[in-house]
Design a protein around this ligand. Structure first.
Ligand code: ADP
Ligand code: MG
Length: 380
């Protein structure tokens, strides 16, 4: 339905934004273009509706070379949704949505009825929102109007350039799932640009991972994540995967290190055997910590010199929380306690152990075994 044949775009200043690109989007398919900023995604998209003209190769829509079609007529057949929606500020939501059908000569009453239907379809009650002006809407609602407007002329092709990029993550997720439902109904041929891998994976029938002006891999989401075609793709999906995994990987007992431990009422030990020790109360609950330096100088009991321990987490907290706690308290380790056992101290998590836990969790998934069964090589 959309076909790129050896398409190149070199801007007058010498920048090669797109370099000999060939690929095809099938009818009713949604392909996401994902990649870092400046890699040529927007340029690719704009060559479909002739906002940008290629310097080499050609683009076909429905078998027709777009360079032979009048741009204005072409654009009426292609819905276009961008981040800064570009709604007309002095027209109501209903009027905005009816713009293109109106331009196409559809009678006013029919255009408005159709616009109302579309607003309903994107989750905006036309009775409530139809007469509002764009500035009276939230960012997420404006994006919905943008989608409704793009669909109003019932174009077979939709171009979407980071359409949900400007709204907060919660709203973005809702817009994504609504859009998926909508697409299941309307089955447009969609080219969808995003820099967010998660969004690309969620929405795309296939994902095109962009390097500098080129597609490094074009495959189903699972293939891109599971079998990256090049080191670049592996790097691109890997960095993100690791970060995302932090928040779904719980701290387990096996991840912890056992530091020296002293009790509150112990006399102050001469030697801790380490630079610091964890201080526990009579029930073995976490009380705080004590430094070796301090212990060497002072007399009295541990209680006299113990310091408060702010960097702690319950067992089962995720690695992202653990990492955040380390940063927040500028701590080289954090204590982990068992809430189920009235706060019993279990051990400490260090940056090295956190990294190990993350790698073990990735390997465990790859081998399909529990995390505790995975050995990883470590440095220390
Ligand atoms: P993306 O959408 O992936 O962030 P773009 O397609 O907007 O990337 O840009 C690709 C490259 O082309 C970038 O290096 C950008 O600076 C350059 N570029 C985009 N538009 C122009 C322009 N009108 N003139 C010159 N260079 C441009
Ligand atoms: Mg862009």
């Amino acid at each position: 339905m959309i076909r790129f044949e050896h398409v190149t775009k070199r801007y007058p200043d010498g920048t090669t934004a797109v370099d000999d690109l060939s690929f095809e989007v099938a009818r009713g398919e949604l392909v996401t273009l994902v990649g870092p900023s400046g890699c040529g995604k927007t340029t690719t998209m704009k060559m479909v509706n002739r906002l940008v003209e290629p310097t080499g190769g050609r683009v076909l829509v429905d078998g027709q070379d777009v360079s032979t079609v009048d741009p204005v007529r072409l654009r009426r057949r292609i819905g276009y949704v961008i981040q800064q929606v570009g709604l007309f500020p002095h027209r109501t939501v209903l009027e905005n949505t009816a713009t293109v059908p109106h331009l196409l000569g559809v009678k006013r009453a029919r255009a408005r009825a159709r616009a109302a239907e579309l607003l309903d379809l994107v989750g905006l009650d036309p009775a409530t929102y139809g007469d509002r002006y764009p500035e009276q809407l939230s960012g997420g609602q404006r994006q919905r109007v943008g989608v409704a407007r793009a669909l109003a002329a019932d174009p077979p092709v939709l171009l979407m350039d980071e359409p949900f990029g400007a709204v907060d993550p919660v709203v973005r997720e809702r817009l994504q799932s609504e859009f998926l439902k909508l697409q299941a109904e309307v089955r447009k041929t969609v080219l969808f640009v995003t820099h967010d891998l998660e969004e690309a994976v969620r929405l795309g029938d296939r994902i095109a991972v962009y390097g500098q002006g080129r597609i490094e891999q074009l495959d189903a989401p699972a293939t891109v994540l599971g079998a990256p075609a090049t080191p670049y793709v592996a790097d691109f999906v890997g960095a993100d995967r690791g970060l995302k995994r932090l928040s779904v990987t719980p701290v387990q007992e096996g991840d912890l290190e056992q530091p020296p431990v002293v009790h509150l009422d112990d006399p102050l030990p001469r030697e801790l055997g380490a630079r610091w020790a964890v201080v526990l109360d009579r029930e073995d609950n976490l009380h705080g910590w004590i430094s070796a330096e301090h212990a060497a100088r002072a007399g009295g009991t541990v209680r006299d010199h113990a310091r408060r321990m702010d960097a702690w987490l319950p067992l089962g907290a995720d690695l992202k929380q653990a990492f955040a706690t380390m940063l927040q308290h500028d701590a080289g380790w954090i204590a982990v306690i068992d809430r189920a056992q009235r706060g019993r101290f279990l051990g400490v998590l260090t940056p090295a152990r956190l990294h190990e836990a993350l790698r073990r969790s990735i390997d465990a998934d790859a081998q399909d075994v529990p995390r505790a069964q995975v050995d990883v090589e470590t440095v220390g």
